[in-house]
Design a protein around this ligand. Structure first.
Ligand code: SF4
Length: 375
């Protein structure tokens, strides 16, 4: 069992908070797609013939690709891999791309799940974030997608923005819940270095994110989604029962995946590798039948740290038997450093599995860092 991720590194415009790899020029789109086709062929052995259970098109904005471009990518994947008949196949899509005509095109592809970058239903928020869509597109696209036959939907919402009042945040969540969206990913606005937002905050044109405001919205998010029957199965992900994202869940459980396209990462159970985050360099390497890639062989400490970080973020937690498999030094380090968080009711232990409590989820990064092994 394995997954495939394809990074489509193009966007209509740059969102102010974004630090992903993308270009707002579509000049090299054809060459880049041809290079991804080549990479699929070159990397065919990376997953050791494991059947593909999930395919995820992310970016960037993969909804900039048309039906023919998408189907050509799927054909190429099928040519080199055995794809499960019930595979989860997701595309990230922006609301302004989801016209009825485009949704009908997507129905002519193997895609069976949409991940829609709504972020907010408020024009004030969307303008502040410099999103390409407006509030009415955000409102209409979910129903349009459902009318076109896409029931398996997830939407992204951002909380903690200085422009998002508590009332607006409550309205955003109500909107998602009332439209019967079965899965929600919700992230705190983060001011990443070298983004337009970081510059705006620096020159005083945007307010920084207020931790107390963000925490209030996160707590409301936990409470409201729970009341609506969602399971908080990962720190930023909420799903109705049986509607977990299979692709992302597999990442968190350490299932191997192959990442294709510039800046995409891959993992085969032992090594991580990262493709060059530069469209022209990526194309150039593949034109010469080469990969521009950095390979990292993970040390035991890195593997332990990754397990702690991802385990604590999910309802599957950190299992004592898995911790023991890293060796007694790692196990003792984890037990010693988690004691304080158990006493403070930020962590809990059930059947030898350690996880975060509701309160602990507010401090997830801090707790993980305290449990990390420093080399
Ligand atoms: S659409 Fe997504 S990838 Fe593109 S700039 Fe906005 S946040 Fe970044």
């Amino acid at each position: 069992m394995a997954g495939i991720y394809i990074h489509i590194p193009f966007c209509k415009q740059a969102c102010h908070y974004c630090n992903f790899h993308f270009s707002t020029s579509l000049k090299y789109k054809e060459e880049l797609l041809a290079a991804i086709h080549k990479e699929i062929a070159i990397q065919k052995g990376f997953l050791d013939n494991a059947p593909i259970e999930t395919i995820y098109l992310g970016g960037g904005t993969p909804s900039l690709l048309n039906q023919n471009e998408l189907n050509a990518l799927f054909e190429q994947i099928h040519h080199f891999h055995q794809v499960a008949s019930n595979a989860e196949i997701t595309i990230e899509a922006n609301p302004d791309d989801l016209t009825t005509a485009y949704l009908n095109e997507l129905q002519q592809t193997p895609i069976n799940r949409l991940s829609i970058g709504i972020q907010s239903f408020s024009d004030k928020d969307l303008k502040f974030m410099n999103r390409a869509h407006n509030a009415s597109e955000a409102q209409n696209c979910i129903q349009k997608a459902q009318a076109a036959g896409f029931e398996n939907l997830t939407v992204d919402l951002i909380y903690g923005s200085p422009t998002t009042s508590q009332a607006q945040w409550e309205q955003n969540l109500e909107q998602v819940i009332s439209l019967n969206v079965p899965h929600l990913s919700s992230y705190c606005l983060t001011v990443e270095p070298q983004t337009a937002l970081a510059h705006l905050v620096k020159v005083g044109k945007a307010k920084p994110v207020d931790d107390a405001h963000a925490a209030q919205q996160f707590e409301y998010l936990q409470k409201t989604t729970e009341a609506a029957g969602f399971i908080h199965y990962e720190i930023s992900n909420f799903a109705q029962p049986d509607c977990y994202a299979r692709h992302n869940s597999n990442y968190w459980k350490g299932v191997p995946y192959l990442g294709l396209g510039p800046s995409a990462h891959s993992f085969n159970g032992e090594n991580r590798q990262a493709n060059v985050a530069h469209n022209v360099h990526y194309i150039k390497a593949l034109t010469n039948n080469e990969l521009d890639v950095q390979v990292e062989v993970l040390t035991p400490a890195q593997r332990y740290n990754e397990y702690v970080l991802t385990g604590l973020r999910t309802i599957w937690g950190c299992d004592l038997a898995r911790l023991q498999a890293f060796g007694s030094d790692f196990e003792q380090h984890f037990l010693k450093n988690s004691a304080i968080f158990l006493r403070e009711n930020k962590m809990q232990v059930q059947k030898q599995t350690y996880s975060l409590t509701k309160t602990g989820k507010l401090f997830a990064d801090h707790i993980a860092m305290e449990l990390f092994w420093e080399e």
